[in-house]
Design a protein around this ligand. Structure first.
Ligand code: FE2
Length: 255
């Protein structure tokens, strides 16, 4: 495919202008977002809108009884862990906000900020993970399919790459849109807040911590990785890509 044709296919004018500027938006409840919507239905779009006062755990009960190879007992244990991250991020952000940095014990103050990014990423990554499971769309389509073919060759190669990274990392394997290059990449994280790339938008998130599969598969991560792939809902993955592409990318990102 020549570059001009490729560029035409991925012309950002064809993408929905949803105006969601970061994955943090995934944590904002609809009721709050409504107050910040402009007449076009976008979110933010350069305008100030009321920030949330605290994080609220989302519910993923729709997944129960609907996944193949990932049991309800496994999911329920995982939901509980996610809800704990939400509670903890509220706790740590309240602590940090109310504390006088000039009076802080440096060791304690550092620990709070380490915990803050751990709990925040633990919350967001789990929401993205649960959000890309289940559903009925079992293949990528539209611009997502075109970009996968362009950047990886085909879906099978991408899935092999995602699982290979998931096999060797301790925490996460991500498919993400890279704002600097405009391409899709797979990234591995050893913890929620370790090896986290900047200026990328995760669109497909695979949790490879043992807590994600121990109940169903013991230490057999390979079987879990195969089960995960069969349970991907490609609809939200495609929608995340559309949101990511609605924001300027390229050299402007680091201007
Ligand atoms: Fe997890």
């Amino acid at each position: 495919m020549n570059e001009q044709k490729e560029s035409s296919i991925l012309d950002r004018r064809n993408f929905l202008k949803l105006g969601i500027l970061s994955t943090a938006a995934a944590l904002i409840p609809n009721s709050v977002l409504a107050a910040g919507k402009d007449s076009s239905g976008g979110i933010g779009n350069g305008k100030l809108f009321p920030p949330i006062q605290k994080y609220i755990a989302k519910k993923y009960d729709n997944l129960l009884g609907g996944l193949k190879g990932i049991s309800d007992s496994q999911l329920k244990a995982h939901f509980g862990l996610y809800e704990n991250y939400i509670n903890k991020i509220n706790e740590f952000e309240a602590k940090i906000k109310s504390f006088d940095p000039d009076q802080a014990n440096p060791t304690e103050y550092r620990a709070w900020h380490v915990d803050q990014t751990f709990m925040l990423n633990g919350s967001v990554l789990h929401e993205l993970y649960f959000g890309n499971l289940g559903g009925s769309q079992k293949e990528p389509n539209g611009n997502l399919k075109k970009m996968i073919n362009r950047d990886f060759g085909n879906l099978q190669i991408l899935m092999g790459h995602l699982k290979a990274v998931g096999k060797v990392m301790r925490g996460w394997s991500l498919l993400a849109f890279n704002y600097r290059t405009g391409r899709l990449n797979v990234y591995g994280l050893d913890q929620h807040n370790q090896l986290v790339p900047t200026m990328v938008f995760p669109i497909l998130v695979l949790d490879v911590y043992e807590h994600a599969y121990m109940i169903d598969y013991g230490t057999d991560r390979k079987k879990y990785l195969d089960a995960f792939v069969t349970n991907i809902d490609w609809k939200p993955v495609g929608e995340r890509l559309e949101r990511a592409m609605s924001v300027s990318f390229g050299e402007a990102v680091t201007a």
